[in-house]
Ligand binder design. Structure first.
Ligand code: FAD
Length: 410
């Protein structure tokens, strides 16, 4: 049974800029570096805020540095780098990120194109996997290590295509970001990295609480054995050895939808709504830029929240994600419309000027409709496409020794 996921974010992850800044100010970089791989480690929990543009990496780093000076190679700065590296790949590869970047350990045709029923229902019998899925469904969040375990199990043991897993996971995550998510799946699958990412029961026992431990299950093997499994076309569906895991039977998958929940106050605009735009400047707020509008807006500016149906038809969200995003959007944009790009194009013809903030998720949809201002990034842009994080990192941090230096030109 799915618990009430909205309880989790209303309690712990309030969708406001202030909550994000509060979290950033509380980051303890020393603890982060020591414990980030542990499920109960000192991670920041900032990803939903970063994904949805409530806060930017430069803002976060500035706050962190008030507490502690950091070298450029500090683990936290490095992880911020992964986020921007994946953006770098998206910029260069475009929709190519939704296909395997290169060959993986096996031919693509080996992998299943559907999520197995027991996985969808958190009923594999393997504690680490079922706990991960239930955490995802119950909270809309999941620790990085658990994401890696889940992805590795699905791709290398169950032989599910990484794209199937990526599409499923991204719909349920509050921080679902098409670059970080889909490229992380490719990194685990070995289609975006040199080798498949593998994990075993011993690794889980080290980093996760006891109820996640999975002795005598299919993952209780040596790394050599797991590597053989990853490179063999055989799926381990029928061979999953259930451990003596004592849990409730399964979990329902929360529904995903391409429209926001009907009890929220968004609308599909009618003629009277469209009239609001006539003769006015418009500041568009979209789900990846849920910030307060800039101070220099003209007095007659309409601040308008938009959900672009074209995007959501392709990428539906869980109820939890919709509610989180809509709560943040309603704080800056009292009017929130769900409409197609074609309808928005017609509506905006009556505006005097249209501005917004750029983001890859909506760039192609808004590019011709609005003046798009860049979301501040932390690292200097790297012009040439880098196929590995290491190459990108070297170029993005060339000549820098301290994290402070990243903020100099921002
Ligand atoms: C299969 C899989 C799917 C993922 N999907 C997403 C996703 O949809 N959205 C998303 O933001 N991250 C994704 N990640 C990356 C990472 O798991 C999350 O960013 C992290 O768990 C968020 O928690 P946090 O904010 O406490 O991270 P922290 O460890 O506190 O890190 C601080 C910030 O650095 C960035 N960061 C840290 N680790 C990574 C990483 N490995 N890759 C990219 N950025 C990173 C994030 O912006 C994060 O908020 C995915 C990873 C995997 C393995």
């Amino acid at each position: 049974m799915v618990k009430n996921p909205n309880h989790y974010w209303t309690e712990f992850l309030q969708p406001t800029h202030e909550a994000a800044m509060h979290r950033a100010a509380a980051v303890n970089p020393i603890r982060y570096a020591k414990t980030r791989n542990f499920l109960d480690g000192g991670v920041t929990g900032l990803s939903p805020y970063l994904t949805h543009g409530l806060v930017t990496l430069p803002e976060v780093l500035r706050l962190v540095l008030q507490r502690e000076s950091l070298g450029i190679d500090h683990k936290l700065v490095y992880e911020f780098g992964w986020r921007e590296f994946y953006r770098h790949v998206w910029t260069h590869a475009g929709n190519g990120i939704f296909r395997s970047l290169h060959e993986g350990p096996l031919d693509e045709t080996v992998y299943k194109k559907e999520l197995p029923h027991d996985v969808r229902h958190a009923d594999t019998g393997i504690p680490v996997i079922d706990e991960a899925i239930r955490t995802l469904y119950d909270t809309g969040t999941l620790h990085n290590h658990a994401r890696m375990w889940l992805a590795s199990y699905l791709v290398h043991i169950r032989k599910v295509h990484w794209r199937v897993g990526a599409d499923w996971l991204v719909a349920h995550l509050l921080d679902g970001d098409l670059a970080s998510n889909h490229l992380s799946w490719q990194w685990v699958a070995g289609t975006g990295s040199h080798k498949p990412y593998l994990f075993n029961a011993e690794n889980v026992a080290r980093y996760a609480p006891a109820q996640w431990h999975s002795p005598q299950s299919v993952i209780d093997k040596s790394y050599d054995e797991l590597d053989d499994i990853a490179r063999s076309a055989k799926s381990y569906d029928g061979l999953v050895k259930k451990s003596s895991y004592d849990k409730e039977q399964g979990s329902d998958e929360p529904a995903v939808s391409s429209t926001p929940p009907s009890d929220l106050t968004w609308c599909k605009p009618g003629a009277a709504d469209l009239e609001l735009i006539t003769g006015r400047d418009v500041w568009l707020v979209h789900p990846w830029a849920l910030r307060q509008p800039p101070a220099d807006l003209s007095a007659n500016t309409l601040v308008l929240g938009v959900y672009l149906q074209d995007h959501h038809d392709e990428w539906p969200w869980s109820d939890t994600r919709w509610r989180w995003v809509d709560a943040a959007m309603s704080a800056v944009a009292p009017h929130r419309w769900l409409l197609s790009v074609d309808d928005l194009t017609v509506a905006l013809k009556k505006a005097t000027r249209v501005r917004s903030i750029d983001d890859h998720h909506v760039h192609d949809l808004l590019d011709k409709l609005a003046e798009l201002e860049p979301m501040p990034s932390l690292f200097a842009p790297v012009a040439r496409r880098c196929s590995s994080f290491t190459t990108w990192w070297k170029q993005a941090t060339r000549g820098l020794t301290q994290a402070e230096e990243l903020l100099k030109n921002i």
